[in-house]
Design a protein around this ligand. Sequence first.
Ligand code: UTP
Length: 287
Amino acid sequence: MKKKITKAVIPAAGFGTRLLPATKAQPKEMLVVVDKPVIQYVVEEAVASGITDILIIISEGKEVLREHFKQDLELEHVLEQKGKSEELNAIKSLNHLANIHLEYQHEQKGLGDAISYAEKFVNGEPFAVLLGDTIIESEKSLTLQLSEVFEQYQNPVIALQEVPLSIAHRYGVFVGEKIAERLFKGKELVEKPAKDNIPSNLVFAGRYVLTPEIFDAIRKTKLGVNNEIQLTDAIRILMNEQSVYGLAFDGERHDVGNKLDLIKTNLLLGLKRKDIGEELKNWLKTI
Ligand code: UTP
């Protein structure tokens, strides 16, 4: 029987050092983009693809990432009394988005290591992975686009983005053979290749659908780039036994883990908002 994706893992245990001091006592995944924390965009994307259970991988002190989705009866009562119905609806909509669970990554040993903490939660099922510091803007939820490819092929699928070759060394890079419109079958994966040896301009976009065999692959994965257990290296091991697909998705990726992109994302998404877009555009013209 063909399997469907109902579980998602959001790794969010990193220290966010590129955004210090903002991220000293506050998770970067809680930083605001217009009027929502980044994690809310990520959870909403997962839910829009039919995900019902979400595991957020955190480090100590980041428990607020789950608190954000808990019902707050007192706040609801205050908003009701003040007649603030728009705000009331906005916070009520968070109450039942999905079942949200937490797991601690004890040491920040890389993305592959973070995913290894999801083994019990995943319980032998295929699952989605959404990086907690990346917002995807697309007409159809990117996780849903990946899930649909998974439903057809029943093999891991990685979201890919085309970037200029000159910046591909910053990312995990996918080398593959085109098998359909926007769909590739993987041949080789390289995490942050050397600048003078970049094999492709298709890079990982922070969303994956993986099979439970990834956990054995992670156990076999040695320390890689930056002395971390890289998810890319584990997927490469998985490729020995399963085909891995790449989907060059339709949409925009916003990585909010660095200052410049955090500010750009706020402006880009702010400009698209009905309530402030016009005023923001007019103001930008004046500076
Ligand atoms: P990043 O490498 O962008 O996050 O990982 P970071 O380590 O927090 O950032 P800097 O470089 O120090 O600024 C991408 C995602 O993977 C998670 C991060 O929380 C982020 O959402 N991650 C990374 C983990 O959960 N565990 C890790 O060991 C590393």
